[in-house]
Ligand binder design. Structure first.
Ligand code: LR7
Ligand code: MN
Length: 467
């Protein structure tokens, strides 16, 4: 009996050792399915997939491109913070902490556990990643790129297009083009993020566009859910849940999974709770969340649909407002916007802009949001002007082209958008009456329609927000 047990233990031990060797051998074998042009990136990915992302940092050097090896240590070291410098000065986040993390790190998989068993098509179309930046810190920019290369199936990444929006040092961008799949376009003058993204989109070779800010870290399987939704219906414009990367210590924090994008009449973006009825009927946490607007920086959109809908309003400058313009246009002209809870991307949220606005921050925001309001908001634009009186009389350029576009696309009215997409956005109320749209082009006091706002003092223009 004792001998049988000893034999069994010996056999099990040998089997375990052989099994371990076989596993290691399998792991090192070249992957037959990866194409000749990208075996090394594929290998990085395959190795990354075997690690437990939650505990072990992913330290992988990027493969060379055409014999040139990207020297990431040198790239990062050259721009590191000097002793005594204020770590927040140049980027409005703690640069010392970002530099300390280096080019890659493990982050927690923040998705709902049920996301791991959602299935996607075996073949999905590849995407061009578009990242515009102005004087981004090298460590955050490189981490953005490497997280994309390490946490996406290589076959889905056609290319990463960087648009250097006239940063002080052209090498910030140029050196990164030594990384496989990375291309760098440099603007000859400061254009702002809107025109920069259009430039990136125009040069993209994939049929699907993916926009990212320059200080993101994408999370496990972030891309498949978004490409799947867009592949099924090109009129969907989809975004991930945007997790928070702390601007102080760079901790990666999970964002709430039941928020959507909203705004108030001053065209100020805010996250808000999805309406209670929708929340109660959500029995599958992996399903998309309809959203009235997107935050703007991180989304996936079919390229032909992006072009068909008129890309962006390229008369908007630097930063701001383009997310409303795009969101109204998508909804009103036949598309939809959604947040996909099984896709997570971290973003460093900041409290101020680290770059300058040649025309001033306030005037630029007014110009951009005024253009969005004048083109898309019909009679409701008066709420925008009441909420932002300083916008009146400020220059916003010609909107003739955008009005022509709206006409040509045969888009629906803002009243339709209010009723069908964002009924929770309240309008002014007086007693039992609401100031509401009375048909085509007029506003007046009428019995409040379903979904119009809670009682508010008449002078106060406000929205219902739940934080
Ligand atoms: O002149 C500029 N040129 C640029 O290339 C100014 C900015 N940029 C780049 C910049 O380097 C960054 O990569 O544009 C990107 C966005 O600028 P940020 O990061 O300074 O601003 P933000 O994070 O507040 O931007 C949010 O709102 C913007 C409104 O115009 C854009 O839509 C951003 O893409 C958007 N970011 C996100 O949605 C990420 C989630 C944040 C939220 C909410
Ligand atoms: Mn940002």
């Amino acid at each position: 009996m004792r001998r049988i047990r000893a034999n069994a233990i010996a056999i099990l031990t040998v089997a375990w050792i052989l099994g371990t060797f076989y596993y290691l051998w399998q792991d090192n074998k070249p992957h037959s399915s990866s194409s000749a042009s990208e075996p090394r990136v594929a290998d990085i990915r395959r190795h990354a997939a075997h690690r437990d992302d939650r505990t072990i940092p992913l330290i992988v050097t990027l493969p060379s491109r055409g014999g040139v090896i990207f020297d990431e240590k040198a790239y990062l070291l050259e721009k590191q913070l000097k002793a005594g410098d204020d770590p927040y000065r140049d980027h409005a986040f703690n640069l010392a902490e970002s530099d300390r993390l280096g080019s890659e790190r493990a982050i927690r998989d923040t998705r709902h556990y049920r996301c791991a068993s959602v299935n996607y098509d075996a073949t999905l179309p590849p995407t061009s990643i578009i990242i515009t930046f102005n004087n981004e810190a090298r460590s955050t920019l490189l981490r953005t790129i490497k997280s994309v290369l390490l946490r996406s199936p290589p076959s889905l990444i056609q290319e990463i297009i960087l648009i250097d929006d006239f940063s002080t040092d052209p090498e910030d961008c140029q050196l990164l083009s030594q990384i496989p799949k990375v291309r760098c376009l440099r603007n000859g003058r400061r254009e702002g993020l809107i025109r920069s993204r259009v430039r990136g989109a125009d040069s993209a070779s994939a049929s699907i566009l993916t926009f990212l800010d320059s200080h993101c870290e994408v999370n496990t399987d972030w891309l498949q859910p978004m490409i799947q939704r867009v592949k099924e219906d090109r009129t969907r414009v989809v975004s991930p849940i945007i997790d928070v990367i702390s601007l102080d210590n760079f901790a990666y924090l999970a964002a709430s999974a039941d928020l959507r994008g909203g705004f108030d009449w001053s065209l100020h973006f805010k996250w808000e709770q999805i309406p209670i009825e929708q929340k109660m009927s959500r029995n599958d946490p992996t399903l998309p969340i309809r959203t009235p607007v997107i935050a703007g920086g991180i989304f996936v959109m079919d390229k032909s649909w992006f072009n068909h809908l008129g890309q962006y309003d390229t008369h908007m400058d630097i930063w701001g407002g383009e997310n409303f313009e795009l969101s109204f246009r998508v909804w009103m002209c036949g598309g939809s916007l959604e947040i996909l809870p099984c896709s997570r991307v971290g973003h460093v949220f900041r409290k101020r802009h680290p770059y300058d606005f040649p025309e001033g921050n306030a005037l630029t925001y007014i110009k951009n949001t005024r253009r969005a309001a004048e083109v898309w908001m019909d009679e409701y634009k008066q709420y925008y002007y009441s909420a932002r009186p300083s916008a009146q009389g400020k220059a916003f350029g010609s909107i003739a082209d955008r009005l022509t576009l709206r006409h040509k696309l045969n888009c629906k009215s803002f009243h339709w958008y209010m009723e069908n997409v964002y009924p929770e956005l309240s309008v002014l109320r007086q007693g039992g009456l609401c100031l509401e749209s009375l048909g085509s082009d007029s506003l007046g006091l009428a019995e409040c329609s379903k979904g119009s706002g809670a009682m508010r003092p008449q002078s106060q223009v406000s929205t219902i927000t739940h934080h």
